[in-house]
Ligand binder design. Structure first.
Ligand code: NI
Length: 179
């Protein structure tokens, strides 16, 4: 296993569309392990292959221990497809490719995720709340979309106590400069 470089906003690869995975081989499994390791090292809950410079439709996630038990632990999601979206929710999102930046983003409250595992076996999951948000965010990465594109407000940083800096909103542009 090895840590991979996480590409940052401004690098072209994050704007490219990933291709469907067709070969479920050892290389794919190794990539998934590296991505899980990298995600944990960076304290993330999700990481898309695009973010480590690989244009394959795959992401990993580990949603922590405050989600239903069946959603706890490491997940490798290959060739995700989202359907049956319903409702709306707005949570604060961040991204390992935009470190330190956050914003509320509107997402469906519920959805069905269809995906394959590392063996190519097909699965389906009904998700709501935070897990649904994570799946939307990571699937967007595979289409070259960043949470900035869908944010309901200018991106902001958090203060030392972890609260949004509402007094002075740091608007940060694509090229990293602050307004
Ligand atoms: Ni992200």
């Amino acid at each position: 296993m090895a840590l991979r470089k996480v590409f940052q906003e401004g690098e072209d690869i994050l704007r490219k569309k990933a291709r469907p995975v067709e070969r479920f081989d050892d290389r794919l499994a190794e990539l998934a392990q590296d991505m899980l390791e990298t995600m944990k090292e960076e304290n993330g809950v999700g990481l898309a292959a695009t973010q480590v410079g690989i244009l394959k439709q795959m992401f990993v996630m580990n949603l922590g221990d405050e989600v239903p038990e069946e959603l706890q632990g490491d997940f490798v999601i290959v060739n995700p497809k989202i359907s049956n979206t319903a409702g709306e929710q707005e949570l604060i999102e961040g991204c390992l490719s935009l470190p330190g930046l956050y914003a509320h983003v509107k997402r469906p409250e519920k959805l069905t995720l269809h995906y394959q595992d590392l063996e190519g076996k097909e699965h389906e999951m009904d998700l709501s709340g935070f897990p649904a948000v994570c799946v939307c965010h990571e699937t967007d990465h595979l289409h070259g979309i960043l949470f900035r594109d869908k944010a309901s407000e200018p991106l902001f940083r958090l203060d030392a106590e972890g609260r949004p800096q509402t007094a002075k909103v740091a608007q940060v542009q694509d090229d990293g400069s602050e307004i």
